[in-house]
Design a protein around this ligand. Sequence first.
Ligand code: TGC
Ligand code: FAD
Length: 390
Amino acid sequence: MDLFESPDYYNIDDLLTEEHKLIRQSARDWVKRDVSPIIEEAAQQAKFPNSIIKGLSEIGAFGPYIPEEYGGAGLDQISYGLIMQEIERGDSGVRSTASVQSSLVMFPIFAYGTEAQKQKFLPKLAAGEMMGAFGLTEPDHGSNPGGMITNFKDNGDHYLLNGAKMWISNAPFADVAVVWAKNEEGRIHGLLVERGMEGFSTPETHNKWSLRASATGELIFNNVKVPKENLLPGRSGLGAPLSCLDSARYGIAWGVIGAAMDCYDTALRYAKERIQFDKPIAGFQLQQKKLAEMITKITKAQLLALRLGQLKNEGKATTAQISMAKRNNVEMAIKIAREARQVLGGMGITGDYSIMRHMMNLESVITYEGTHDIHLLITGLDITGIPAFK
Ligand code: TGC
Ligand code: FAD
């Protein structure tokens, strides 16, 4: 049974609107009802739970900030963050599905697509009738996506697309993929590649120890004929995919607070109930140190995310500010997961509790959407003006 109670040590709820709290509550209720009961088994079996798609759409997790005229929820950035927090409280893989659909597929179509592309894809993506994937990473180009070799050539009435993308969330079942590829001049563009196009395949990646309830795969393009109307015309260059990452990284900065809160809440409850040496282990100073440090770290992360949300609502959040929050909050969550696991002793390694699953999931979260090191270098560049990537 999911007994989760959300910690709010600094009364941060006082800074939220009634609408924010209602949106969060509906996401929280859905996670308790439809995610918590099935997620451990899905992760153990490494199976994406299809049953969650409808619910994700109903709580507004597909395109929270996309305008309602295109099927989105038309919410502000803090609502988007709160939804991601609640979903990741359930599982980072479920949040990944929503992040990719919203920020990496719907956002670029909304921001850089034609009106016809928006009408064709956005309402169905918002409703979960169509699922999307985002292909930036390649086997030899992860942190350095600008070096990508996937390319397309003008072939008369269509483009001819060749190359491969790796580590792509949602790939095995996606109906449409936003694929970043270079044209004959070496300029990066986004193409909408649809399932069923000849030469396009999406093999699943197996044997993951992390994010097991999320389907990950490759996107392989072998002379795929992409209609010219499937090119996103609004923006080209590496800045186009990187701008999508800003939005997804922002959602992760909130999302991982959910995973951390779940670990803390579980560890606190367990520590108060578990008796050793004739008293609850919560009464030992060493366990109190762990729990006290967890709630301190969560509170700092909540404040960072909320301030970033305010900046984002005002259109002022910079890439570097988003990087700092993604990096800080993921590290916070992974450390809390590791400490919380220890509070549970041997029980902590079982699937009877969510902590070990969160801990393993967070190993992906600290790597994708820019690794921990890359985000540090983005801060380094921002404060010194000197890029240290190359
Ligand atoms: P650099 O020269 O710095 O920049 C190239 C051009 O892009 C512009 N730019 C941005 N534009 C918009 N938003 C941003 N965040 C931007 N960052 C940079 C920049 O101004 C420049 O524009 P222009 O006009 O001068 O050409 O590029 P670089 O090649 O030196 O690379 C910089 C670096 C390393 C920071 C960047 O490549 C990077 O962020 N690498 C990390 C790659 C990454 O995060 N991949 C994520 C793949 S998607 C994913 O993981 C999904 S997981 C989802 C899930 O399951 O939840
Ligand atoms: P590399 O870039 O090879 O990095 C390896 C190590 O070297 C890292 O520690 C890194 O920090 C370090 N390093 C690299 N460059 C530097 C440098 N300049 N200075 C110092 N250290 C450096 N990608 C997508 O496009 N779409 C998706 O949907 C998607 N989903 C994913 C889902 C999962 C489960 C995972 C694990 C990954 C996913 N990714 C996706 C890919 C993800 O974004 C990449 O794994 C990530 O960007 C890192 O690339 P890489 O794995 O090639 O590592």
